[in-house]
Design a protein around this ligand. Structure first.
Ligand code: ZN
Length: 241
């Protein structure tokens, strides 16, 4: 069982952040599996992006391809139905009375981690890796490290386990996340992130901008574009993991 312990399960949506997390995990763990959730997203685009990122990473980085194991997809649409926010229905993306963006699905990361831990237990994986970040998303209370520390403790108590909830992006800006991709996989990994990962809330894949595909106007595109342009203007520095 010794070697079996050295494995990671990456919460992988196919976005820029989880693409960086997947590379980070492949760089450090001999066995890495991925987990995605179908919670009634508006678009299947991001589900397709997951497969495209995985396939291209495995092809262009064969030593990572050898470590990359199964992909898991869990249906949690009943949870998505509770959220009923802009992510899962046709409401506009706006800031709500609580000061949270309407894209916030209450408790989403808590639910993700319970499912991830149950699966990781079955798969013999101990690191749960997620792209949660408190730098740009102070509006998301379930992305805060405090919340994740408490969740990790609850999971370990409740499952009699030794899981670690690892959040390599926690203190990084969006610009630094591009730098992390470059440090881990050079410009080829930056290119995979630009061309294959998906961030746009509207599911737009038509135009390829320097920072990736997207409508260029929704909050997710704006954040991604701003981060990329700041990083590029700064000379594309590497962010050491
Ligand atoms: Zn967009």
């Amino acid at each position: 069982m010794g070697a079996m312990k050295d494995g990671a399960l990456v919460l992988f949506s196919g976005g820029q952040d989880s693409t960086a997390c997947l590379a980070w995990a492949l760089d450090r763990y001999p066995r890495v599996e991925t987990l995605g959730f179908d919670y009634g997203q508006r678009h299947s685009v991001e589900l397709e992006a997951r497969q495209a990122v995985r396939a291209r990473m495995a092809r262009e980085f064969p030593h990572w391809g050898a470590r990359l194991g199964e992909d898991h997809m869990l249906d949690i649409r009943s949870f998505g139905a509770i959220g009923e926010t802009a992510m899962t229905s046709d409401r506009a993306i706006e800031v709500t009375g609580r000061g949270l963006p309407s894209t916030f699905v209450p408790g989403r990361n808590l639910v993700f981690l319970v499912y991830a831990a149950a699966l990781a237990d079955r798969r013999g994986l101990t690191a749960l890796v997620g792209g949660m970040c408190e730098t740009d998303f102070s509006g998301y209370p379930d992305c805060r490290r405090d919340t994740l520390d408490a969740t990790e403790r609850a999971l370990n108590l409740g499952m009699e386990q030794t899981f670690r909830v690892e959040t390599p992006l926690m203190r990084l800006t969006k610009a630094q996340t591009w730098g992390l991709a470059r440090a881990l996989g050079g410009e080829p990994l930056v290119a995979i992130t630009v061309e294959e990962s998906h961030t746009c809330y509207l599911g737009e894949r038509g135009t390829l901008h320097p920072w990736g595909h997207g409508c260029g106007a929704c909050p997710a595109c704006e954040l991604r574009q701003r981060g990329y342009e700041a990083w590029d203007a700064d000379g594309r520095p590497e962010t050491r993991p």
